[in-house]
Design a protein around this ligand. Structure first.
Ligand code: URA
Length: 248
């Protein structure tokens, strides 16, 4: 990347940070008017993020826009960027944390063991297919060793999730686990306590539930945890007017 592109990218990050503060109703970090004007000018030619000068209005366009992303350090160790998959007209979007090992190799979200459980929830529980919904993550590249994504990585990637959601305009978002629930609901979350309570992101109802990997990691509590996820999934189905079968 040349210096000019790097500067533009830094301004892009700064501007996104300012916008995130504004959206969260927080005071933005103090930046002079001159600096703001400068950032607007720099970012508007060849923006590092959508929603500024470029507006990819399709998922394909957004994927192209993201390109061979190097906006954060996760690019160094990833094999494949995992953009997300499913219907661009999905009524329901699932948001996980970030790709794991299998997803990094396949370039597709939720294809490992946790993914198989999510697929069963969608197919057997909800009576839908993976193609009916949309599945994506907060960060699009695998954090090494499956660690939690770090702040700078989330900040770099969140604009793309926002753009995916604004393109799809789902009726419900289901956040899987603590990380995606915190990022969308803009507060610290204890997921085992706060799952099942409706929140909202970009004016879209959000249902936080347990991450399927948490169930996979706790086989002795499988029945109990699956029951909790089913309670949350039923709320989503009722919201979407989908028929809830008795035996789940
Ligand atoms: N866990 C996630 O959060 N996302 C995936 O895509 C796979 C596992």
């Amino acid at each position: 990347m040349n210096t000019e592109a790097e500067i533009r990218e830094i301004f892009g990050h700064l501007k996104n940070l300012m916008m995130a503060h504004k959206e969260a109703g927080m005071e933005p970090p103090p930046v002079s008017k001159e600096m703001l004007g400068y950032m607007e000018r720099e970012v508007s030619e060849g923006s590092a993020y959508p929603g500024q000068s470029d507006h990819p209005d399709s998922l394909e366009g957004l994927r192209e826009f993201i390109g061979d992303c190097r906006r954060c350090k996760l690019h160094k160790s990833r094999k494949k960027l995992v953009f997300g998959e499913g219907s661009p007209r999905a009524r329901l979007v699932f948001v996980g944390e970030g790709p794991g090992r299998e997803e990094d190799l396949a370039g597709k979200p939720f294809v490992g063991e946790a993914g198989e459980l999510l697929t069963r929830i969608v197919e057997k529980g909800m009576g839908l297919t993976r193609e009916d919904v949309y599945i994506c993550n907060v960060v699009k590249c695998r954090p090494p060793g499956n660690r939690d994504p770090e702040r700078d990585e989330i900040e770099a990637c969140l604009p793309f999730l926002k753009q995916q959601i604004s393109i799809i305009q789902p009726e419900v978002i289901c956040t899987l686990g603590r990380i995606s629930s915190q990022e969308l609901l803009l507060r610290d979350i204890k997921i085992t306590r706060e799952r099942g309570e409706w929140g909202s992101f970009m004016d879209i109802p959000v249902m936080p539930t347990l991450h399927p990997a948490y169930i996979v990691r706790n086989p002795s509590r499988e029945r109990e945890l699956k029951g909790q996820v089913w309670e949350d999934v039923k709320k989503i189905m009722e919201h979407l007017d989908l028929e809830v079968k008795k035996n789940g």
